[in-house]
Design a protein around this ligand. Structure first.
Ligand code: PMP
Length: 461
């Protein structure tokens, strides 16, 4: 067997991949037939593949590469930390400087009294921590019956048994015995798809009030927490009507239930502030973080916890932790990422330069015959593909057929856009510049034109 490197022909690498590598959220049999796209390197907002294509990454990897690819400083920090202390745990009364420094920095950036961090290796793990933490919090306060966590249909909170249960993705619940007990899902604030004849504000209010109905239905003494993404990401970048979050906050305050904001996508500049909670005006007790925390250069996540919850949890032993909680290399790299975001004023760039340019480009696509609404906050947006804009109609064929077709046309035009059923979603690196955004727009329009032609050709319009 020759060494497996970028120098092997694409077909050989694809065959080896198909022989040994099981991919996440993939029908591996179909992928083996087709062959995986092989990414070899990346710089800024561009990916390069084994066929020599230069691909504009409109998704920042998986919503995570906020500072863009190829930052040398990140590699330097990782190498330095690996030489000095590649690993030590944070169990058994031990700590180390990278974990201390990162926790301090996160506490400094986080709003309100979110001053304590419990580290994890990913967003899924962090949400598993949250399930155990909020239930333990109430048990330690002498209210062990408060164990139900309310979440939402079409939410995404991770893929482990716990976090997959918190999420509201039916295809995930159908596999592996999910959800675990005492997770309850209410409807999502997706006005485009589910608002019918209601105006968006009334719909937002009605969907928020489902939280109150669920609390009353189960009894206040049964409810531990409500969890939600400030803006649903994997569900299709669903931006709630303006009435939604204030009503959710009112209900959480009234019934004194813990509010968990899952900031895995919205955190670290994606919405134009450090956290989506600030953009949406939410006051969470716990925030889930991952992705943009390290810009994906190292796997790391965590729960940022308010003083009161941390104090209660800290009054006894919390029998929970991961080998890689506060991993020194991941922590050092995350800290360097936060330094870059801060010292290079990346949030100002989002607010003043990239955000406005991206909004103009995105809303500019709304005149396309296939495009229904275009929505965007900061650097995360989505558009609805529709056969008929005015009635917000769905396609006659299976949901996701048009979205998949559009994604394929994007790929063919060297652009990564993802589809969630028949919504196209974007979340580019935050450092993208106006020229790159123009190029993004050109490729997106071309992909939409080709998708439109293909749908017509196949009598799907
Ligand atoms: N929460 C949200 C909001 C996410 O978008 C994701 C990942 N897409 C997760 C949690 C899970 O994070 P991870 O994949 O790092 O486990």
């Amino acid at each position: 067997m020759p060494a497996i490197t970028n120098h092997l022909p694409t077909a050989e690498l694809q065959a080896l991949d198909a022989a040994h590598h099981m991919h996440p959220f993939t029908t591996n049999k179909d992928l083996a037939d087709k062959g995986a796209r092989i990414i070899t390197r990346a710089k800024g907002v561009y990916l390069h593949d084994s066929e020599g294509n230069e691909i504009l990454d409109g998704m920042a990897g998986l919503w995570c590469v906020n500072i863009g690819y190829g930052r040398e400083e990140m590699a330097e920090v990782a190498a330095r930390q690996m030489r000095e202390l590649p690993f030590y745990n944070t169990f058994f009364m031990t700590t180390h400087v990278p974990a201390i420094a990162l926790a301090q920095k996160i506490a400094e950036l986080a709003p309100g009294d979110l001053n304590q961090v419990f580290f994890a290796g990913s967003g899924s793990e962090a949400n598993d921590t949250n399930i155990r933490m909020v239930r333990t919090y109430w048990a330690m306060k002498g209210k062990p019956t408060k164990s139900i966590i309310i979440s939402r249909k079409n939410a995404y909170h991770g893929s482990s048994v716990g976090s997959g249960s918190l999420g509201g993705m039916t295809p995930m619940h159908e596999q592996g015995g999910l959800p675990i007990p005492d997770i309850h899902h209410i409807n999502q604030p997706n006005w485009w798809a589910e608002g019918g004849g209601m105006d968006p504000d009334a719909f937002g209010l009605a969907r928020a009030q489902e939280l109150e109905q669920a609390i009353l239905e189960h009894g206040e003494d049964r409810i531990a927490a409500f969890i939600a993404e400030p803006i649903q990401g994997a569900g299709g970048v669903i931006i709630p009507p303006a009435t939604y979050w204030p009503e959710i906050q009112r209900i959480c305050d009234k019934y004194e239930i813990l509010l968990i904001a899952d900031e895995v996508i919205c955190g670290f500049g994606r919405t134009g502030n450090w956290f989506g909670s600030q953009t949406l005006g939410i006051k969470p007790h716990i925030m889930t973080i991952a992705k943009g925390l390290s810009s994906g250069y190292q796997p790391i996540g965590g729960s940022v916890v308010c003083d009161e919850v941390a104090e209660v949890i800290g009054s006894g032993e919390f029998n929970h932790g991961y080998t890689y909680s506060g991993h020194p290399v991941a922590s050092a790299v995350a800290l360097e990422n936060l330094r870059i975001l801060q010292e290079e004023h990346v949030l100002d760039h989002v607010r003043d330069v990239a955000g406005p340019a991206l909004h103009e480009m995105w809303h500019g696509l709304s005149d396309h015959p296939l495009v229904g609404e275009t929505t965007i906050v900061g650097m995360m947006g989505s558009l609805a593909l529709t056969p008929h804009k005015e009635s917000r109609a769905k396609f006659a064929m299976e949901a996701g057929t048009a979205g998949f077709m559009c994604r394929e046309r994007c790929f063919a035009n060297n652009l990564v856009m993802r589809h969630v059923y028949d919504r196209m979603v974007i979340s580019p690196p935050l450092i993208i510049n106006p020229d790159e955004i123009k190029e993004f727009g050109r490729r997106a329009r071309k992909a939409l034109d080709e998708c439109h032609a293909q749908l017509k050709e196949q009598d799907m319009l």
